[in-house]
Design a protein around this ligand. Structure first.
Ligand code: RB5
Length: 147
């Protein structure tokens, strides 16, 4: 799978850990930065990942900032993106199964690297269930289209 990754200055180290983890599992990582620990603006990287996923350039995306909140908000502004901040694996798994999340977010100041790996693994292993969930996911798209 091709996975786009983006992060701000708070998350360079964790991004590199998760990037290596994904590559070890055979995934291709599209690293959209930042790779600098100089203070920067998370919306830039959230939008980059959102656009890569929405355009089909990447299959899925992972975004990381201090809390995961700011960068997920930015990714969610791109039409077609369903980014979810997850601090534990259960929410990550269900965000795929029920909400068909296509971008995973977490906070480098919130989760440690082992927890981040578990969250990532559960999210990637889960499959969207469709069925009764599709109507609700379609409703999210309708909200997006009329606003
Ligand atoms: C940067 O200090 C911090 O605000 C940012 O990484 C993120 O947590 C925002 O949501």
């Amino acid at each position: 799978m091709k996975i786009a990754m983006g992060n701000d200055h708070t998350a360079v180290e964790l991004k590199n850990i998760i990037k290596a983890f994904l590559e070890e599992k055979g995934h291709e990582v599209l690293d959209l930065g930042t790779n600098s620990t100089e203070s920067c603006d998370y919306p830039v990287y959230g939008e980059k990942v959102g656009r890569a996923v929405a355009s089909g350039e990447a299959d899925l995306g992972i975004v990381i900032c201090g809390t995961g909140v700011g960068i997920s908000l930015a990714a969610n502004k791109v039409k077609g993106v369903r980014a979810c901040v997850c601090s534990e694996p259960y929410t990550a798994k269900l965000s795929r199964m029920h909400n068909n999340s296509n971008v995973l977010a977490f906070g480098a100041r919130v989760v440690g690297s082992e927890m981040a790996k578990m969250i990532t693994e559960e999210w990637l292993n889960a499959e969207y269930e469709g069925g009764r969930h599709q109507r609700r996911v379609d409703m999210l798209t309708e909200i997006e289209n009329r606003n």
